[in-house]
Design a protein around this ligand. Structure first.
Ligand code: MG
Length: 456
């Protein structure tokens, strides 16, 4: 029954609506965050477009208000939009009601620091123990906290992106863009941004009603409609967002899905042409960025998976840019979280600056084959597979082991990573090598172990 567990981690709370994530649980987490912050504080709160979002939001708001915390409701907005507004409104914290790329039956609650970044691990642990204790600082008397509405998220977000973008240069190209917003939180703000950049927009799945038209994870098998639409409309580029619009993937002008790892690689290539500075990514991100950084004479820093870890490392090392290979790009000048709007603007400017097509820009990036697989797996089994994987590769020539985030094993020109997920009962096996066959061979050796542990 592990798949029915409510998952409470540094990434927030995630569960299935009506079974593990109920209005009662949402109220409790609202009250726990209210207790954590203290009466008289203020929270900015937004949600993605899932139909369950309204119920969860109202329950969370009630919990916050009951503890004397004021709420500024932003409505259906993107995850980076909530992060941005948390900072601009000088709120004491932020909350996003979203389950990101998880399918429809799921929803979640994500808690932000005043900077817009997810809570640090120690604070997330404190929040979790407050929730477990059920000892909430409920306010007495008639002097109650209030909820207000703020509808400025979209224009503020667009202004922040345009402030670091060559709007005139992109506009002069009159690009045709097909955008798949999966009926998610990006539906309204994204075409507004693209129009401001002078693009002609063909919008598919553009109603923010939470009826996901395909499986939400922005991977190739889920994006055939987008690829076909790019060909049909002879567009310059196709963009796909996940339901909370922090991740972005790209389809080239031939309607070819280019792979989520190329979002960050293209944007890093663009950024390093304009500015010299170090870049932070997570341990699962493709080696492509290492080669690009090497050419530019700057450094790549690697953190454990999880946006908050990347951002913390960026701050510590003074990086000018960051991201994750799953299609997440982070420009701290806009907002210190992954932002698909930042990604779209950067890729369009890369195209307009160079006059090149997406496929030409992709061809310039050093190629690796990154194979990403996942298996259903309990956290206990994932730990066992990790341990046995270490033994399996211990004798391999030049193997270097890193335990910061599951297990990563580096070789001269390839790497392998094995880890349990924080947000789902699965384990992820990633391998990257100069050829697809070599990457597949690394994955196969782990899968043999996993079959023994899980299937045995
Ligand atoms: Mg997301």
């Amino acid at each position: 029954m592990s798949e029915e567990r409510l998952i409470v981690s540094v990434s927030g709370v995630r569960g299935k609506i009506g079974t593990t994530l109920t209005a009662e649980v949402a109220f409790e987490f609202g009250a726990a965050f209210g207790t954590y912050l203290g009466a008289g504080r203020k929270v900015a709160l937004g949600r993605d477009s899932r139909p369950s979002g309204s119920m969860i939001q109202n329950a969370v708001v009630a919990g916050l208000l009951s503890c004397g915390v004021d709420v500024v409701s932003l409505g259906i907005v993107t995850t980076p939009g909530v992060a941005l507004m948390t900072r601009l409104l000088e709120a004491d914290g932020g909350i996003i009601i979203t389950a990101s790329h998880n399918p429809h039956p799921y929803n979640g609650i994500k808690f932000l620091q005043p900077s817009g970044v997810a809570l640090r691990a120690a604070d997330a642990a404190k929040l979790k123990s407050l929730w477990e204790s059920k000892k909430f600082a409920t306010q007495q008397g008639l002097d109650v906290a209030v909820e207000t509405v703020n509808n400025r998220t979209h224009p503020m977000h667009i202004d922040a992106v345009c402030a670091v973008t060559d709007v005139t240069g992109i506009s002069s190209r009159r690009y045709k863009v097909v955008l798949d917003s999966i009926n998610g939180a990006g539906c309204v703000v994204s075409p507004m941004l693209l129009s401001k950049l002078g693009c002609e927009v063909v919008h598919i799945n553009g109603e923010p009603n939470g009826q996901f038209a395909h499986t939400p994870e922005p991977i190739e098998e889920n994006l055939t409609d987008l690829c076909n639409a790019v060909r049909k409309h002879k567009a310059d580029v196709g963009f796909a967002q996940d339901p909370d619009a922090d991740r972005l993937v790209v389809v080239d002008e031939n309607g070819k899905f280019v792979g989520e790892e190329y979002t960050l690689a293209m944007v890093v290539a663009f950024v390093l042409q304009k500015r010299k500075g170090d870049v932070a990514v997570n341990l699962s991100t493709s080696r492509m960025v290492d080669d690009l950084a090497g050419e530019a004479g700057v450094q790549i820093f690697r953190s454990p998976t999880g946006e908050a870890n990347v951002v913390e490392l960026m701050e510590k090392t003074g990086c000018i840019f960051g991201g994750e290979g799953n299609g997440g790009v982070i420009d701290p000048r806009v907002v210190p979280v992954r932002d698909s709007l930042v990604g779209m603007a950067a890729i369009l400017q890369y195209m307009s600056d160079t006059g090149k097509t997406v496929s030409q820009l992709i061809a310039e990036i050093p190629a690796y084959h990154l194979m990403k697989t996942k298996l259903p797996c309990s956290p206990e089994a994932a730990a066992k597979v990790t341990e046995l994987t270490r033994e399996e590769f211990a004798g391999d020539d030049g193997a270097k082991f890193n335990d910061e985030d599951g297990l990563r094993i580096d070789f001269a020109d390839r790497w392998l990573s094995v880890r349990g997920s924080n947000t789902e009962p699965i384990m992820r096996i990633f391998a990257e090598a100069p050829t697809a066959a070599a990457a597949a061979e690394l994955v196969a050796r782990v899968k043999t172990i996993a079959d023994r542990v899980v299937g045995g």
